[in-house]
Design a protein around this ligand. Sequence first.
Ligand code: HEC
Length: 189
Amino acid sequence: MLRKADYSAPIFVAAALFMFFVGGLLTTVVPPIVDKSWARPFDNSDPAKGVTGKLQPYTEQQLKGRNVYVREGCWYCHTQQTRTLLADTKRSGWRGVDAPVSTPDEFVYDSPHLFGTKRTGPDLSRVGGKYDEQWHRAHFRNPRDLVPGSIMPPYPWIADNEEEFQAVVAYLQTLGRAKNWRPDNDYER
Ligand code: HEC
């Protein structure tokens, strides 16, 4: 069989496609069947410590903000996944605490997901609670006022539209919050 594949193009192509198909099944379809925790909302609640960390479904306002995020193409430049690399956990870390790595149970209410692929700007999967409302307003109006040399475009129409602005900030503040990991300075709004 192996020798035949060496000499016959159709058998070689069929074998290659078969192996590709098996690889696809093993990496995409099988894992969620084997590990059911993927489909359960993340929960780090600890009643003893008074910690409630369960991932909640989006509220109407947060969903609205998420739609603005999609409409404005924020995901062209921003990913939403903290990988297992130091470059990610340190970059999104806070006061010496490394950001936790993203896990599938954090995204069960995301449809479609906004993982993104291109990091023109920093990853946003842990940005919830990092800045307050005032910072976001100034940043949307003109990012360069806060971050000299920033190449993020200004979004004055978000900063000046109170309803949309509140919705986007409400959405941004949810990102990574379920893991309840950021010590201090955890802005709600
Ligand atoms: C053209 C690429 C681009 C687009 C589109 C873009 N950004 Fe950015 N963003 C950046 C860059 C670059 C930075 C880093 C410099 C800065 O903070 O301004 C950034 C920074 C940020 C930060 C601060 C992150 C941190 O950890 O400090 C937030 C929050 C943010 N962007 C939200 C948004 C939102 C919401 C949208 C859509 C309305 C958006 N961005 C669209 C490029 C982009």
